[in-house]
Every structure is written in C-alpha cells, then in structure tokens.
Design a protein around this ligand. Structure first.
Ligand code: FAD
Length: 517
C-alpha cells in the first residue's frame, strides 16, 4: 500500500475549488502536507448557476478562512433566511393560502417549554397562523425584508439562522484565489484520456496542454461530464427522473429597476404549470430561472412562462438553457477516485442541496482521508453515507411536489400520484398520517434537512393526520399559548433590532472598507 501524498482534482467549478480550498486547509497543503493540484479546462466552462445555499456554507467558508465581508463583497452576496413557496398547494386565483415559508431557524423551544407542533396542530396558536409563522420569528423578519443579524454580530454569527445567495461565477473565482493562496497548484488543461491500471484504478490522466498528471487520489469535479467516475470508471448513474420530473432550466440575470430596491432575504420558488421559477435577489441583480419537465411542457412554453413572470425587464434578455441529469451515482468513490459535485449527482435546485452535498463530500474526504493509501474501507463508508444522504434528499424534495392539491395540469397530477413516490417516502407519510413526525423518525447525522424542515414543508403543504388516528395533547395548552404569544412579541421586537436587509449589507461592507483603509 503506497501512502497518499498528493491529490489531483479535475474540474474548477464550485465543486473543484471548494473541495481544493477545504482540503488544503484540512490536510496542511501550504505547510508541506498533502499536495493538491487542480486541473481545469479553459475550453469547457463551469455551469455558473447555483446561487442559493444552505446554512452549512457559513461553517465551510469559515473553515476555508474567508471573512464574511470579503465574501459578501466578492460574490455580490446577500442573506438567505429560507424559501417562500408560492402556489405549491393550489394554483393562483384559488381560495386558500397562496404561499408558505420554509425558514432556516428551528422552532423556538425554550428549556422546559412544551414541544409546540402538537399544540399548533391542536389549534392553540390560533386558527390562521401557519406553522412556520407560529413557531419562529424568522418569517416575520423575512417578510419585512430585514436581515438575520446586526452589523456588530461576528462573522457568520447572528440571532437567526441563515445562508446566502451569491453570484456563482464570482464564487468560483474567489475560491480559486483562496485555494491558490492555501497552496493549491492550478493547471489549465483539458483531460482527454484516462489510463487505468490492472486493478481498474486510475493510473494517470493525460491532458492536451500539460502532459500526463498522476496522484495518489483523484477527485472528479468535472461536472455533468463525470470524466473520471463516469466515463473512465463506469460507475452507474441512477436516474431519479421518474420521481423528480424537472430536467430543463432557463436562467436569466435581471437588473433591479432602482439601485436601492429592497432585496428579499429569501428565495422565492414560484410554482408554474410544469415546474417552478426561482427568484433570487443579489446585491446588483436578481437571478431568475425556470426549471421544468420536458415531458410536460415544451421549451417555448417554458420561456413564455419565465418572461411572463419577469415582465418587461426580460424583453432585452436571452435565457441560458440547461439540460439537467437528475439522479446520482450510488458508488461515488471507486478505488482511488472520488466524485464531488455534479459528477456525483444532482437533485434539482429546489432546496439548494447541490452545494450542500459538495460541502458534505469535502468534509467527509477530509475526515476520512486514507493517508496510508488503504482507500477501500473509507470508500465503503463514504459511499454508504452519500447514498443514504442523496436518498433522503430525494424524499424531502418529492414531499414538496407530492402533497400538492393542484390538479390543474398533468405535471401536478403526475407528481401527486403515489406511483411516482419512493417506497421510503410512502412509509414516512403513512406513519405521519397516524401521528405527527417525531425527532426519532430521522437519523439526523445522515439527514441534510433537520426534522423541523420536514415539518415546515409538511404543514406548509397542509398535510393532514387521519381524523381520529391521533389526539392533540391538552395538558400544557396554557403554557403553549404563552409560548406562541412570546414568539409573536419577539418577532415585533426583532424588527426594531435587526436592520433592513440592504442596509445590513451596506453597513457590513462600509465597516470592512473603513477597516481596510
Ligand atoms: P461545473 O460548474 O460544471 O464545473 C465543471 C468543471 O470541470 C469546469 O471547470 C470544467 O472546465 C471542468 N472540466 C470538465 N471536463 C473537463 C476535462 N475533460 N478536463 C479538464 N477540466 C474539465 N446548487 C445549489 O447549491 N443551489 C442552487 O440554488 C443551485 N441551483 C442550480 C440550478 C441549476 C439550473 C443547476 C443546473 C444547478 C444548480 N445547483 C445549485 C447545483 C450547482 O450549480 C452545482 O452543484 C455547482 O455549481 C457545482 O458544479 P460543479 O463544480 O460540479 O460542475
């Protein structure tokens, strides 16, 4: 067994540079530890979309050594407190709630206070308050377009949980600069041949411009092409397109009408006839895109829906067109090669799992790193963990579609048909029809989305327990009512304490400029 002293990463998108920078920090590249080389093609661009993140990104940026103000400045980044889902339950113009919110903050749970979900289900929060609104103050703050923190809170800290929206192209550039400062060697070249040894491991990769490159461990970050893990090693791709139907995207960058326009601190996911539109506010523009199912709608109808959503601001813009491979490789680590990012899988952008999965993979590789060259046990654990994580994300995303009451188009009818559900999702829903979800229903280390996120979506989608199957508890109703009232009061207080979103960003950038001067 030969000890691993060097890594070759193929691909310089978010997956490649985030993994490179993270591992350079973990494995002491700049101090003479494991050497890292990243090879990226100048002929093949990065995907350049992926503007919404998950709160774990704060820990990752901090681990890489990027300051929050530097990140906001370099990537035109803004704060994200959750996702607002418009028209997922019922189509526009139908009586009933037209949106729900998935906040990042957990339900408020003061020590000793009763768990609030059963009392919310029992009507103790009042008949009209949606679950997310009743149990956290984040929706009130986000609705008012205030930020999740104050300028004086430390980097990556704040009273409310948050992630970011950012410009994906600028993010890759920032990560590349940091990665190189951390000792990563950058090679601009296109891999055009891969040699395998007699055991089927990668022996060398050949490039057009930089000759032959070898390493102890290869990390495939080559995007949907999956140049190493798919093309060279043949690790099979499990398509999820019969569960998650969207497989095309149109993306536009839309300037604000005014430079001081308020910025939403949440993603809007607006359900359409055959897919949904994302609407993300950055500092200088919005990123707006339509993801849709090509089996339910043609490209020109999809573009019309996107233009209708944006209005006249779209008149002079042409969309970027993308085809999506929805699914994942069950074996992402084969011998001396591990896939990260789109090369490993992609499950549509609805809950921003793409970059979160890159962070998970980079973290696992750093934790499990097989210094002695014995990759087999590490690969088994990595594969088991990632497969389970992907499978649970599939269920979580399908939950958003499968609980719809929409019957207006074939897309929504097909989505609500249990024949399109995974067996594991059917089992979960069967259990929750008899009683509300509990913490122990989830193996939380594997889950990317915590139990509260499942509850926000379940009850946002107006999921119902079978009548008579379960009874709301009554014994601590008085305390629960007091908790609900306190959360509402805290929401009002937070609006005085937390600045408007755009003001917060401007204050943080101005403070950072003053410090630099
Ligand atoms: P890419 O960006 O495609 O990079 C591939 C790299 O490999 C490039 O540098 C290319 O030059 C290089 N390469 C390829 N072949 C070779 C070769 N032969 N030789 C050398 N180099 C090569 N994720 C989120 O977390 N949130 C979101 O909101 C989100 N929205 C999305 C919306 C859409 C429509 C899509 C398609 C994806 C979205 N994602 C989102 C996913 C996210 O964009 C990706 O996970 C992320 O950008 C990582 O991409 P990547 O680095 O794996 O691949």
């Amino acid at each position: 067994m030969t000890p691993i002293q060097d890594i070759l990463i193929v691909g310089g998108g978010t997956a490649g540079w985030l993994t490179a920078a993270f591992l350079a920090r973990q494995l002491g590249t700049a101090q003479g530890g494991v050497r890292i080389t990243l090879v990226e093609s100048s002929d093949i661009g990065i995907i350049g979309v992926g503007e919404g993140t998950f709160p774990s990104i704060r820990g990752t940026l901090s681990a890489i050594g990027i300051g929050e103000a530097e990140f906001l400045q370099a990537c035109s980044a803004t704060y994200k407190q959750g996702i607002r889902f418009d028209h997922w339950v019922r189509p526009p113009g139908t009586p009933g709630a037209d949106h729900y919110f998935h906040p990042f903050s957990q339900p408020s749970q003061r020590p000793g206070a009763p768990e609030l979900l059963p009392y919310w289900l029992g009507g103790e929060a009042g008949p009209t308050r949606a679950f997310a609104e009743a149990v956290t103050l984040q929706k009130a703050v986000a609705d008012a377009r205030h930020g999740p923190k104050r300028v004086g809170d430390g980097d990556y800290l704040g009273p409310l949980n948050y992630a970011y929206h950012f410009d994906a192209g600028r993010f890759a550039t920032l990560l590349a600069t940091h990665g190189q400062a951390l000792g990563v060697r950058r090679v601009i070249a296109t891999v055009d041949r891969v040699d395998l040894d007699e055991q089927g491991a990668i022996a060398a990769v050949h490039t057009r411009e930089a000759g032959t490159l070898t390493a102890g461990l290869y990390i495939d970050c080559s995007g949907f092409r999956a140049r190493l893990i798919g093309e060279a090693l043949g690790s099979p791709f499990s398509s999820m397109r019969d569960v998650l139907f969207v497989d095309r995207a149109l993306a536009m960058q839309v300037p604000y009408a005014r430079p001081d326009a308020p910025i939403a601190s949440y993603t809007i996911a607006s359900a359409q006839e055959s897919g949904w539109i994302w609407d993300i506010g950055l500092q200088e523009r919005r990123g707006i895109g339509h993801v849709y199912s090509s089996r339910h709608c043609d490209d020109s109808d999809a573009e019309r829906a996107l233009r209708r959503y944006i209005g006249p601001a779209a008149d002079d813009l042409s969309p970027r067109r993308l085809t999506l491979d929805i699914g994942y490789r069950e074996t992402q680590w084969v011998k001396n090669c591990v896939a990260v990012g789109l090369a490993g899988g992609f499950l549509e952008p609805l809950e921003s799992s793409g970059i979160g999965l890159i962070e998970t993979a980079a973290y696992l590789i750093g934790q499990l790193f097989p210094f002695n060259g014995d990759t087999a046990p590490v690969a088994r654990h990595f594969n088991a963990f990632m497969k389970e994580r992907y499978a649970r994300i599939v269920d979580f995303i399908k939950l958003h579609y499968g609980l719809t009451q929409r019957t207006d188009t074939a897309f929504w009818r097909d989505n609500a048909d249990p024949a399109s559900f995974t067996e594991s999702l059917k089992e979960k829903l069967a259990m929750w029809r008899c009683r509300p979800p509990q913490r122990l229903d989830f193996i939380t280390d594997v889950e990317m989305y915590l139990p509260a996120s499942w509850q926000y979506v379940l009850y946002g989608m107006e999921f119902k327990t079978e009548p008579g199957a379960w009874m709301a508890p009554l014994n601590r109703g008085e305390e629960a009512r007091r908790e609900f009232a306190t959360i509402a009061q805290l929401g009002a207080h937070a609006l005085r304490d937390l600045p408007p979103h755009r003001t917060l960003i401007e204050q943080i950038l101005a403070r950072s400029d003053r410090r630099a001067a």
